[in-house]
Design a protein around this ligand. Structure first.
Ligand code: SF4
Length: 339
């Protein structure tokens, strides 16, 4: 049985040709899948009943199930999706009242090999890569379930996107061309996989690269992220510089603020020094405590002081709004409760 979600226009054309229909039918099906997000072939009302019956014999819209859905009082929706092999990943839809955008946070792998100490997903280890169809299925599921059109996509769910780069790039192409989401509204995050950052620097990627830095010095970063031992901050700095020089694009530095660990004035000074020649914006993320470790959220006063010090260094700094505080919204929390 062919799964329609994830096919590109040429593949739809091959399918309609096999069924003896025109290329125009392929375009219609394509629009029903990506722009109108239908759940069933029967909803494709501009196709004749006869053709829909023919199509239903060989294809269906999706084979991915919503296993759990949680809705926060702030409108954030978190899904645990199940693929046909029984593996599950999390996908989150975030809405911001003051902005017209609907942001989907998608997963790129089942589990993750990077094993950051603050992350529930890393505890499970790496299970497998998602193929590009499984990645785009996450956004289609959100659109089908809510009836809304996703406007922004961030690869910040489970997994390290740059360790599944081919599938991530294929999915981004489909998000851009088939979902008609602007490349600049797509963000890929990484824990700092240097060879892949170098590879991205060679591509003319209009999307945003976000680096999860989370520390201002090697010792603290190694405590938080084992990847620091493989790709240390000084080497990472060279790769970031090369990336921004080559692409001219500003990167986003993600910095998880954890009480008494990386939130001091000294850390802010070190961070400002580290980033002084990197074209970037800084996104501060106050830690959202989980039951699995002892890290704590800094006080609002410490957060604002850190922000002030970084702004003083000439960078644009934002504080990530907390979304879904009343549901299991941190990466891997929902998945962790199921198995
Ligand atoms: S934070 Fe991201 S890179 Fe680190 S273990 Fe979790 S999923 Fe992997």
């Amino acid at each position: 049985m062919e799964i329609l979600s994830g096919l590109n226009l040429e593949e739809f054309e091959a399918l309609t040709e096999k069924l003896g229909a025109s290329k125009f039918r392929a375009r219609q099906i394509h629009n029903w899948i990506y722009l109108k997000s239908v759940k069933e072939i029967d909803e494709m009302t501009d196709l004749s009943v006869k053709f829909r019956e023919q199509l239903k014999e060989v294809a269906k819209v999706t084979d991915t199930k919503i296993k759990v859905k949680q809705t926060s009082s702030d409108g954030t929706i978190k899904y645990l999706l199940e693929y046909p092999d029984g593996e599950c990943v999390e996908t989150v839809l975030m809405r911001f009242d003051n902005r017209a955008n609907l942001t989907a946070c998608v997963s790129s792998q089942v589990g993750c090999a990077v094993n950051c100490s603050f992350c529930a997903t890393g505890k499970r280890g790496f299970i497998r890569n998602l193929n590009y169809k499984e990645i785009i299925e996450q956004v289609l599921t959100i659109q089908r379930d809510t009836g809304l059109k996703v406007t922004n996509i961030v690869f910040m769910g489970q997994g390290e996107p740059l360790l599944n780069l081919d599938n991530v790039l294929k999915a981004m192409k489909i998000f851009n061309e088939d979902f008609q989401i602007g490349a600049r509204r797509l963000t890929v995050s990484t824990s700092g996989i240097i060879p892949q950052i170098n590879k991205l620097a060679q591509l003319d990627m209009q999307s945003t690269l976000a680096l999860s830095l989370h520390a201002s010095n090697h010792e603290t970063r190694a405590k938080l992220m084992q990847i620091e031992n493989k790709y240390p901050m000084d080497e990472l700095h060279k790769a970031l510089k090369k990336y921004t020089d080559k692409t001219g694009r500003r990167i986003t530095i993600e910095y998880l603020l954890i009480k008494d660990l990386n939130d001091t004035a000294q850390c802010a000074k070190e961070l400002a020094w580290y980033l002084k020649d990197i074209k970037c914006n800084i996104n501060l993320i106050p830690y959202n405590p989980t039951e699995k470790n002892d890290y704590q959220r800094p006080s609002n006063n410490s957060i604002m002081k850190f922000k002030y010090l970084m702004e003083h260094s000439g960078k644009k700094v934002t504080i990530r709004l907390e979304r879904g505080a009343d549901i299991d919204a941190a990466c891997g929390q929902l998945r962790g409760k199921i198995k």
